[in-house]
Write a protein that binds this ligand. Sequence first.
Ligand SMILES: *Cc1c(COP(=O)(O)O)cnc(C)c1O
Length: 387
Amino acid sequence: MTTYARYPLTLVSGKGCRVRDDSGHEYLDFISGIAVNTLGHAHPRLAKALCQQAGSMLHCSNLFHIPQQQKLAARLCSLSGLHKAFFCNSGAEANEAAIKLARKYFYDRNSSRRHIITATQSFHGRTINTLTATGQDKVKIGFDPLPPGFSHVPLNDIAALSAAVNNHTAAILLEPLQGEGGVNTAHAAYLKLVRELCNEHGILLLLDEVQTGIGRCGTMFAYEQADIRPDILTLAKGLGGGVPIGAMLAEESVAASFGPGTHGSTFGGNPLSCTAALTVLDVIAEEGLLANCRERGAQLSAGLELLRKTYPIIREVRGAGLLIGAALDESSATMAADIITACRTAGLLILPAGPKVLRFLPPLNVSAAEVDEALAILATALKGVPA
Ligand SMILES: *Cc1c(COP(=O)(O)O)cnc(C)c1O
């Protein structure tokens, strides 16, 4: 079905940060399958681990204990400071699980708290609940009736959030850095206040790190940079390095509300996808990819800041690690899509975050030379577009 306005490009193979199309043209990939290909393309460790696992067992169902899943749960809990994990196959599913768990937690306490507050411009997925949670009207058109139980407040406005909390509020659901909605940072000071607000009211803090998690922002989880911890955390995109897997992690006392029969997934946490995630985590540690993400992210941001001085159509450079946005002049006739097309023609793949923001999401193992090459291609593209 035509659910995507696809680029006129067919990608057939890749190696590291480069991909090749069906006519043999090469491109620098600063999209990474939308923050998915954490290790780039065809990483030998990941390819080998997946081949080995496929030769042993792909799937056996959650009716049985799965050692790879237990190992991954333990690893993610130790990295996050949370206590229990549930595995699914996507970001939307992870958020669905988080919404269900938050409600069940209050049901189990004979509380009527069921309502979830999210931020405007947020993005939480495309299922009926997660699109209702999403703070952007464009994804909701035509899908009513939408389920009740969600409301939205502007990001970084603690007064608006405080005013929205009442005795029906179960949880606040936020992205520490909004990806799809425009690369908008939730400030560390704000996140700290949100954490305090949740503690004061005894409500849950849900962080959607589907895009920001697994090193994308320079730390394993973006919330570490605000020195807080959520009660429930969702992950997906970068976790499997290209193999579909989602995870919902929770605090012990919260996780206890999911007993047998309350939730499930046929495919979630199968041996193949867990092997992929374990390998991604191993390679991030062994190849020092958090440090590389911070260094290459600083290099990319500095390069974009320099371009901003020459090309005033770039108004602001923002983001963290290797989730970087370049916001364009709202009053210019040039759209993000125009620059993205010019970059693609010149051999660089980048994506938008809304009509007026360029988004850069290279693999976490991108090299300094590749960042320089991308900046040079972007400079050429900017020369060709009207300010
Ligand atoms: C992509 C994304 C989702 C949805 O993930 P899917 O795997 O496409 O369902 C949810 N939340 C955030 C923050 C995302 O970036």
